[in-house]
Structure formats: structure tokens, C-alpha cells
Design a protein around this ligand. Sequence first.
Ligand SMILES: CC(C)(COP(=O)(O)OP(=O)(O)OC[C@H]1O[C@@H](n2cnc3c(N)ncnc32)[C@H](O)[C@@H]1OP(=O)(O)O)[C@@H](O)C(=O)NCCC(=O)NCCS
Length: 150
Amino acid sequence: MAVPHVFTVEPLGADLQALAQCLVLEATALPTVGVRFGFEDPTAVTWVARRVGNVCGFASAVRIGVGLHLTALAVEPSLRRRGIARALLRAAAAETREIRLEVWVGNLAAFELYRSEGFVVEQMLPNFYAPALYGSSRDAFLMVRRRPSV
Ligand SMILES: CC(C)(COP(=O)(O)OP(=O)(O)OC[C@H]1O[C@@H](n2cnc3c(N)ncnc32)[C@H](O)[C@@H]1OP(=O)(O)O)[C@@H](O)C(=O)NCCC(=O)NCCS
């Protein structure tokens, strides 16, 4: 029987099994560790996308001042381009008036996602990433999305 593409998005909470799945997914998708969770940082907040119970994506952030700083976002490779990252980003953005993040200048998929969700480049960050991980092209964009106050 075919597995449906339906997914749900919710806060990670204290679900250690889901946290472990986030870490595995991050290790396959990103060269750095950005998942943040409440045991290590009380300002951390992570949302998970689940499909038939298993984590298929996550967005992780820390609270800074009036907003959130996104520290990691990843989606299971076989389930990309189905709106999972957009849903995770919207869950995070719904909580705050301002959300900021760094993205590698060569990461077109992520850049397009953020741009389409209203993020703008606030600053170029030269040599932001470690050379061991990104080689000679390691600049990042600092991107920000601010919602007008209501
Ligand atoms: C970036 C990433 C999280 C996107 O996840 P996703 O679930 O596939 O994204 P979505 O399906 O929600 O896509 C939303 C929009 O992002 C843009 N986008 C996503 N993947 C893209 C790609 N490969 N090329 C161009 N644009 C892309 C599109 O605008 C897309 O909208 P559309 O499908 O209607 O055209 C995923 O590719 C990933 O996990 N990459 C590895 C980890 C990573 O780079 N994380 C970001 C670190 S800053």
C-alpha cells in the first residue's frame, strides 16, 4: 500500500525519540549541528514535521530579544519539494514578529524558500562558515523577516 504524503507539524517538546531522528536527519542534510533543544538551552525551540509518526523534517531556533534565530532546518531528501520546510518555517514564524537566520550563499533551495517567505538579505557575512566544511566558498547571507506590529 502506498504511504501518504500527508505530514503534521508540531513542537518537539520532550520527545527524545523525535530529537534523535532530528539529529540523524541533520547529519545527513547539513555539515554542521544546529538542532537546539531545551535540555541544553532554555531558549531553544524546535518544530518537527512527522509523516506516519516518523520525523521527516525539523526547524530549530533560539529566542533572541524580540525574535527567533533559526539555527537549523532540514527535510528528508526523498520528501523535498512538498511544502514541508515552508510549513515548518511558518510554524516558527507564527510565534514571533522577527525571525533571522544565516544561509550559505550557494544554497539556492534554502535561499529561494526564505525569499519566497518574505525574508530579505540584511547583510553579507564573509567567511562565515568553517573552511574545513565549506572550502573556499564559505560566505553566508544574514536574512531577516519582520512582520509589522499589529
Ligand atoms: C532547503 C530545504 C529545507 C527545503 O525543504 P523542502 O521541504 O524541499 O522545501 P519546500 O517544499 O517547502 O519548498 C518551498 C519553496 O522553497 C524553494 N525551493 C525548495 N527547494 C528548492 C530547490 N531545490 N531549488 C529551488 N527552489 C527550491 C521553492 O521556492 C519552493 O517552493 P515551490 O516548491 O512551490 O517552488 C531542503 O532542501 C533541505 O533539507 N536541504 C538541506 C538542508 C538545508 O540546506 N537546510 C537549510 C539550511 S539554511
